[in-house]
Design a binder for this molecule. Structure first.
Ligand SMILES: Cc1ncc(C[n+]2csc(CCOP(=O)(O)OP(=O)(O)O)c2C)c(N)n1
Ligand code: SF4
Length: 250
């Protein structure tokens, strides 16, 4: 039987990977792996992963990898890039890591227009710790800590990360939101983000709408519906800032 083709930049001996069946992290990292191959940057890429399920990618790629404390991947990757400007520096994290505990790092790296890429998987929950409410949990969504559904009145509305980053960055930043439901498009955004860093223009941020069937407690059909139909009601997919085209969707 023909085997699925893995990106060259993947570390074959660590596959099958450690994510749960149906997890979106593997798809986001497949898109990233294919982009690393296409841009031929495997030898000069450094990949940082957060605490959270993203940490399960600590041995995912055949590229230099660092695994950081929760929420601290952005400053660690910033430091590596500043010390080694020729490297392509990628910080990978979940929505808890990027928008809760690490939000100050995201905001300040974006404001300083650091020449790094942040890739964030938004699965609307704190997955690794058992599915608690996250800044991205949607109104009415039931989680371990919002058993009756998230009520925006006391807890606020879901954080719109790419829109926030777009609002606080100057010229040179690239910002987009993709989804695992459209992997080709997501891959295109990741590619443009890395090309933006290669051109030295500055901060690049891609949020990927992702799945967590384990904590959502959804079967395959429900999982896909949640990603494809429910999440996009709150999180608009598309390119928000692109210095090449000056295209603005916000
Ligand atoms: C400083 C610190 N605070 C809290 C934790 C506990 N913790 C581990 S993973 C996590 C949440 C992860 O959620 P997210 O970043 O959205 O990633 P996901 O697991 O959903 O991919 C938390 C709160 C920790 N490890 N370190
Ligand atoms: S708990 Fe959720 S996010 Fe974590 S590996 Fe499993 S499906 Fe993926």
């Amino acid at each position: 039987m023909p085997q699925p083709v893995m990106p060259r930049s993947w570390r074959v001996e660590t596959k099958p990977h450690k994510f749960c069946p149906g997890c979106g992290h593997g798809l986001v990292l497949k898109a990233l792996g294919e982009v690393i191959d296409e841009l031929d940057i495997q030898d000069r890429t450094v990949f940082g992963c957060d605490i959270g399920c993203s940490l399960l990618s600590w041995d995912f790629f055949n590229v230099d990898t660092v695994q950081t404390h929760h929420g601290r991947t952005t400053p660690v990757i910033t430091g590596i890039k500043r010390a080694n400007p020729d490297l392509l520096a990628i910080a990978y994290m979940g929505d808890g890591g990027g928008y809760a505990i690490g939000s100050q790092h995201l905001v300040n790296a974006a404001s300083r227009n650091e020449n790094i890429m942040v890739l964030l998987a938004n699965n609307t929950v704190y997955a690794m710790t058992g599915g608690q409410m996250a800044p991205t949990t949607m109104p009415g969504q039931k989680t371990e800590t919002s058993p009756y559904g998230r009520d925006p009145k006391p807890t606020g509305y879901p954080m719109l990360g790419p829109e926030m980053v777009a609002a606080i960055t100057q010229e040179g930043a690239y910002v987009a939101r993709g989804t695992i439901a459209n992997l080709r498009q997501l891959k295109g955004y990741i590619k443009k983000a890395l090309q933006n860093q290669m051109a030295g223009r500055g901060f690049s941020f891609v949020e990927a709408l992702s799945s967590c069937p384990t904590n959502w407690r959804t079967n395959a059909e429900e999982t896909w519906k949640f990603v494809e139909s429910d999440m996009v009601q709150h999180f608009r997919v598309g390119e928000i800032k692109n210095p090449e085209t000056e295209k603005k969707a916000v």
